[in-house]
Design a protein around this ligand. Structure first.
Ligand code: APR
Length: 230
């Protein structure tokens, strides 16, 4: 086996204390997506949106990677082939655990983006409506997060990785949101073996050759031990 492509979702960060979206009391039970995760919501009430991401940025900054993140970093370091993590998460827990090949297809809380000139820079801990872009000075700074209705990042590169994957692994994602939810079907079409880690089968669970149920902090270390021993 030469290449493992891993998709992660909010479930891998749940045991680090970061809320998931669709569980009971999850983020989308506390806030309406259209208010805090769309360009229209940002235009309507930029302070509400900035405050939402300021809170999530502070929470993520204070969070520690868990045994699931650490297992993936150990896999990348010890595996003879290539390991690519494509994450829907906007926290930096994969990087904090030591993973290096990480692609943030939904952006990152640590990033800021200019709505005028597309410049990106490290986000301050707290952002305010009207913050200016350090390059073009326009008062249009926003969190570098991909909102609903916007195009996820690095899609061409991600589909390139999927076409080369020998093994596609999905961890802690409910399979509700495309294009990420479509990755398993694409990997399978390209000949990959497919494996899902979750507390329960996701919406796209039927596409997986194998599903391992349980908390990622337990299932991932055991799986990485298996892979590195084989
Ligand atoms: N271990 C493994 N899986 C877990 C754990 C855990 N400890 N805790 C929760 N899960 C699983 C849940 O069973 C669920 O399938 O993680 C998944 C979380 O699903 P969502 O809350 O829908 O999060 P996610 O799939 O990452 O959402 C995708 O939707 O709102 C957008 O942009 C946002 O990136 C997000 C995208």
């Amino acid at each position: 086996m030469r290449k493992i492509v891993i998709l992660t979702g909010a479930g891998i960060s749940a045991e680090s204390g970061l809320g998931t979206f669709r569980a009971e009391g999850g983020l989308w039970a506390q806030h309406r997506i259209e208010d805090v995760a769309t360009p229209e919501g940002f235009a309507r009430d930029p302070k509400l949106v900035m405050d939402f991401y300021n809170a999530r940025r502070a929470q993520a900054a204070a969070a520690a990677p868990n045994a699931g993140h650490e297992a993936l970093a150990r896999l990348e370091a010890g595996f003879s082939g290539e390991v690519v993590v494509v994450t829907q998460n906007v926290d930096d827990l994969h990087e904090k655990a030591g993973s290096e090949q990480v692609m943030h297809m939904h952006g990152a809380l640590k990033g800021a983006l200019c709505g005028t000139c597309d410049h990106r820079w490290p986000a301050p801990a707290v952002m305010h409506p009207g913050d200016t872009c350090p390059v073009c000075q326009a008062p249009t700074a926003r969190p570098d997060i991909v909102w609903f209705g916007e195009m996820p990042y690095d899609m061409e590169e991600i589909f390139g990785h999927l076409s080369e994957a020998d093994l596609f692994v999905s961890i802690g994602t409910s399979g509700n949101v495309y294009p990420a939810a479509g990755f398993v079907a694409e990997a399978k079409r390209q000949g990959a073996v497919t494996l899902e880690f979750n507390l329960e089968p996701s919406e796209v669970g039927s596409h997986f050759d194998d599903i391992r149920l349980g908390p990622a902090t337990q299932t991932l270390p055991a799986w990485v031990d298996e892979i590195l021993a084989s």
